[in-house]
Write a protein that binds this ligand. Structure first.
Ligand code: ADP
Ligand code: ZN
Length: 289
């Protein structure tokens, strides 16, 4: 089976060809400009390869509800050229094949559940901490949508008493993204995140906020694994700190085998940064009749 995968991001569009087993045969990266410029390039790439279906994991917000009039649209994104753009319709018309569509983070969690370390798990949360914070949620065989799709990067947070930073989210100031995404780290400490590598106070505070978000996800969703990805999580010293704070914050209230083995419960992505594109291959497969 020849499947197309598109990880649609605000800065680049990663297009790949692969199969239903998660094999990736080739991929290209195309800069995200306007639909007028970028779409024809992607369409001609996929057209030449004779794909049987396309799966798209997309920056959002998007409309993933097949019963909605605006299904397949990128909706109210700050990337204005793409706001209210029917990306699924455009590909379906041009390629004449089935198109699967979901958020980028749901794509990543689907990749990990189908081909990675989360195979066989019942509920998995994939959190990306980069320019923004987002979470994909897989629950009992399907990706969670609800009325739209989860926006778990914007949960409201309790600030730590020693943190005087005002927060970066234009909607909520000190939500999770406003306190803990890469741009918030950089504004709070006045340096690029990567240059703060050796400053323990930075990563202790960062881990505290990530742990607070994870504790809430654990209490609400009861996941059996949490996977953390995105640029900020390249700071691997965060993992032990996050595990320690999550354990402290839950304070023994939930007793499970998973929580007793934190090193295998809160983990980095396992597919060498291909979890997103591999999830898109599975979205493509699932879109076929
Ligand atoms: P995006 O979210 O745009 O897809 P990334 O996941 O790479 O891209 O996130 C970019 C953000 O991650 C930047 O704001 C930067 O602060 C942060 N970042 C990138 N690389 C690192 C790193 N090695 N260590 C810490 N932070 C990083
Ligand atoms: Zn917010």
């Amino acid at each position: 089976m020849i499947l197309g995968a598109l990880e649609a991001g605000g800065t680049k569009m990663v297009c790949a060809i692969g199969d239903e087993n998660g094999n990736i045969f080739e991929q290209v990266s195309i800069p995200t400009e306007t639909p007028e410029i970028t779409m024809p390039k992607m369409i001609s790439y996929f057209k030449e390869k004779g794909i049987e279906a396309l799966g798209i994991g997309c920056f959002g917000p998007i409309d993933p509800d097949p019963d909605s009039d605006t299904y397949g649209y990128i909706t109210s994104t700050p990337k204005l050229a793409w706001a209210n753009y029917n990306i699924v319709g455009a590909f379906r018309d041009a390629l004449e094949c089935p198109v699967g569509f979901d958020t980028d983070v749901n794509g990543s969690v689907l990749g990990e559940v189908t081909f990675g370390q989360a195979k066989g798990k019942k509920c998995v949360v994939y959190v990306t901490i980069g320019t923004g914070v987002g979470a994909g949620i897989y629950i009992e065989g399907r990706l969670l949508h609800g009325m739209l799709h989860p926006e778990a990067g914007h949960i409201l947070m309790k600030k730590r008493a020693d943190d005087t930073y005002g927060g970066k989210c234009p909607y909520h100031k000190t939500c999770m993204e406003g306190l803990a995404a890469g741009p918030a780290i950089e504004e709070r400490w006045g340096k690029k995140a990567i240059e703060l590598k050796d400053n323990q106070a930075v990563w202790d505070l960062e881990a505290y906020y990530i742990a607070q978000a994870l504790a809430n996800y654990i209490l609400i969703l009861s996941p059996d694994m949490i996977i953390l990805g995105g640029g900020v999580m390249h700071q691997e010293q965060l993992f032990p700190l996050i595990r320690k704070y999550v354990t402290e914050m839950l304070n023994g209230y939930i007793k499970t085998e998973e929580l007793a083995d934190m090193d295998h419960y809160i983990v980095p992505a396992s597919l060498h940064d291909d979890q997103g594109i591999m999830g898109c291959l599975e979205l493509a497969r699932r879109s076929m009749p």
